[in-house]
Design a protein around this ligand. Structure first.
Ligand code: KG4
Ligand code: ZN
Length: 375
């Protein structure tokens, strides 16, 4: 099998990422400039500032990824760039640079769908450490013929839980997805971010890790919170109501303790709130996902689950979904990318491009646009 290498670029939100990946899944070099420090004081991503930071960092990030891979642009066989969904002015920074490079060096180009890229990370083969094949250049025909081993085959079910999205999808093939469930309001990542803000935890780059860490010191059954949408027997999510319940519980606690705002609560109280929120938020996932699994198992014989997106980095979620899969009468196989590859970074654009190219699909660099919304 002829190996090829793809340079991937990601700039859809507040991280500027680039990576060079080989078609067998080996990440040869990567670089990520996070903007956490810039947005921290605003409690969320400020698009204009994000765009400026992308512009400032993009060339350095790309060059660092290439250097770490010990490669120059000439050695790269193709370029993959996130083109949506995301913040339009941010997407444009990465897309423009990717297009320029593809045209200047005459390389095949792939405009990557960010959600597909999250999902496909579950198919990346476990990292191998040999370093042969990095230098050779493949022709486009060789690239198309070289689709190799993947960690899992289509079809499979995917739970995509990130800051921007909260979906259950039936994944049938590259570019072929059917939505089984979505969110009626907030995404799971957004709920984590809002709880982090309520409790005065650091939110730069997402509050999820802070809420997860605090939960370890709390009792998940100490604060009673209703599980969302108990009466709706479908696979959709809703997190807005839970967020309100958490805020009301925190405010009641403030009155009891005589403090003026949830940020001022004692560490133990905050930990109990965080742990209880996380417990119910994941219970909601288990119920909706369990129903979707039932459905696709019966209809399509699917028994593989991919858990992807930023929240998939959460250890407690991984543990609970692992149990959900193994406790079934006919156990499911579950695949989750390493935590570092769950959140946004350049390797996802690179790997999605490897997958697209492997089935003979690519785009015209000169015509590529960006899409804030990208169904
Ligand atoms: O995939 P991602 O990096 O960006 C989007 O495409 O949205 O996901 C970011 C989201 C944020 O909401 C962040 O709080 C959440 O993922 N997240 C976590 C954890 N790590 C990141 N949520 C819970 N636990 C974590 N460990
Ligand atoms: Zn993402």
């Amino acid at each position: 099998m002829k190996l090829f290498c793809v340079l991937g670029i990601e700039s859809s939100c507040d991280d500027t990422g680039a990576a060079v990946i080989r078609s067998d899944g080996t990440i040869l070099g990567e670089s990520l400039a996070s903007q956490h420090a810039i947005h921290e004081q605003f409690g969320g991503v400020v698009p204009g500032l994000a765009k400026d930071a992308h512009e400032e960092n993009i060339d350095r990030v790309i060059n660092t990824a290439l250097q770490r891979a010990n490669m120059s642009m000439e050695d790269v066989d193709a370029i993959g760039v996130t083109v949506g969904p995301g913040l339009e002015i941010c997407l444009r920074v990465g897309c423009n640079r990717g297009r320029e490079l593809a045209m200047k060096y005459n390389k095949p180009f792939v405009g990557v769908h960010h959600l597909e890229a999250h999902i496909l990370m579950a198919r990346i083969p476990p990292v191998k450490h040999d370093n042969n094949g990095g230098e050779q250049s493949a022709t486009y025909d060789e690239i198309v013929q070289s689709s190799g081993d993947r960690a899992m085959d289509f079809p499979f079910l995917a739970l995509l839980v990130s800051g921007g999205h909260c979906q259950i999808l039936k994944c049938l093939g590259i570019g072929r997805y059917a939505i089984v469930g979505g969110t009626l309001d907030d995404s799971l990542g957004e709920a984590f971010d809002k709880i982090a803000r309520l409790l005065g935890l650091p939110v730069g780059g997402g509050g999820g890790p802070a809420v997860e860490a605090l939960s370890l010191d709390g009792d998940p059954h100490s604060v009673a919170l209703p599980i969302p949408m108990q009466r709706r027997k479908d696979c959709d999510f809703s997190y807005a109501g839970l967020k309100t319940s958490v805020r009301m519980a925190a405010e009641r606690m403030c009155v009891e303790r005589g403090v003026e705002s949830p940020e001022r609560l004692r560490y133990e109280d905050k930990a109990n709130i965080a742990a209880s929120f996380q417990h119910v938020a994941f219970r909601h996932v288990e119920i909706r996902l369990g129903r979707a699994m039932e459905l696709v198992e019966k209809e399509d014989g699917i028994r593989t689950l991919a858990v992807v997106g930023g929240v998939a980095a959460n250890k407690e979620l991984r543990r609970r979904l692992n149990a959900l899969c193994s406790d079934r009468i006919e156990p499911w196989e579950m695949l989750v990318p390493p935590p570092r590859l769950c959140t946004d970074q350049g390797a996802m654009s690179a790997w999605a491009a490897v997958e697209r190219l492997s089935v003979g699909s690519s785009d015209l660099a000169e015509d590529q646009e960006v899409f804030a919304r990208y169904p």
